[in-house]
Design a protein around this ligand. Sequence first.
Ligand code: ADP
Ligand code: MG
Length: 506
Amino acid sequence: MSQARLASCIPLPIEQKTLVNVIEKAKDWALMHGVGMRDRKHFNKDVIQIAPFALLPSPFPKAEFEKAVELQPILNELMHKVAHDDDFLMNTLQNALQVDEFTANLYDIWMKVRKEQVTQPISLGMLRSDIMLESRCPHTENQCAKHTPYCSWKQVEINSIASGFGHMGPKTREIQSYILRQLGHGDLIKNMPENRALSGLCAGIIEAYDLFGVPTAVVLFVVEEVSYNICDQRFHEFEISEKRPDIMIHRKTLTEINEETELNDKKQLVIDGKPVAVVYYRSGYEPAQYPSTKEWDARLKVERSTAIKCPSIHYQLAGTKKVQQALAGPGVLEKFMGCGASTSRVRDIFTGLYSLDFDESGERAVEMALADADRFVLKPQREGGGNNMYGADVRDALLRMRHSRERAAYILMERILPPLVPGYVVRPNAAMPPPVVDLVSELGIYGVIIGTKDKVYHNRQVGHVLRSKLADANEGGVAAGLGALDSPYLIDIRHKKISKYNTKLL
Ligand code: ADP
Ligand code: MG
């Protein structure tokens, strides 16, 4: 199938000598401004190397970008309501729990905490809604894609835990601005939207801290045993420390929380005699991060405490793939959002999402996927990339699981086909100069929401990150080395609605 294309922001290829020269400069810029990661193969705490990045910003339609930014507070509120609807979470997750031990463990903690009475009614949601342009046009009458290289955008997922790249998003805008200037195209920088993701996300932590209201309190970042994506974490700490020198931040692994913190009689989580106001999980979203019961004990301890959690356990459950799929079901959005215009706008961003529960509709979904496996992605209840299945693997997995309840741990999702964009990717230790490659991009929009079940104190959109990957790669985790940091270059193509059945390029 020939895939739709968007043109690069400047003509490609770049002349070889110029290209090599600008990459040399850009790599040094990256190292000196924290666009870096630790090397997985030759780990050394004292060394960082460049994180992979796209040399030039990737085109993204301005109208679609603006729509995504505008919609974020609505999505924040939706997630907030979902996280606080106990019955909905219970009903939605019950089948997956039977067969997915990790989700079941999270769920058990949630049950225990509710039984003991929740000690902290306020939650801090730091969300990232990930979207891709869809080049396939589902409305054969419209044929938008005949006129523009995309039809709409669709949500890939919404993250409620450890939404990364708050530092890297804005920094990529800066490095690509520098590169454009070096190439004599500084006039194009105005098409790259402002990005204040880091300060916006950190403001959320500071606001939660102030709501906790204890001047001696500290903030706790929950981290992995080894942090490869270290720049993306530390810059949050640097930012908070600069804005609020009075706030002390601790970093601890789940094991360290188990050993080095305690719950006092007021149910405060205490570190070195100081109560913890906010717990921010940079870890804790996948089974590998809980190698023993010690880590689960630590998680339970935090959830029992009065600290404001980002996310609290019900927020993490609300961020599961299963919940995302359930929200696309008939009447579900209406239940949370009523029947107004916002509801149809949110419905519009969902692509086909199907349950694989052991019932009639699950059976229909299995049959549909077996008939045309390339159209779908099969997703387990996991985060962090590299867990999904595509194409022939979807078929094999469904044939294997068809008669087993195991399939309820997965959801089936229509595969989004984004337009291709030519570009260069700069990677550590790669041959120079890099070739022009076809990329596809995924835009993440950050949202911050703070509130209780009944009252929302803060709710806003706070910035974005673009990640691009080779067009033929299924997944593009930047931390996993597959994707590249990028930023949007806004272009002005629009659909103009001529009639209900017709759209044309303006
Ligand atoms: P994770 O929680 O592991 O990040 P995602 O749902 O974000 O799970 O999927 C990981 C990656 O797989 C995405 O970043 C995207 O590149 C790809 N992907 C996921 N769902 C789709 C889809 N429906 N169509 C196309 N690509 C997808
Ligand atoms: Mg993802």
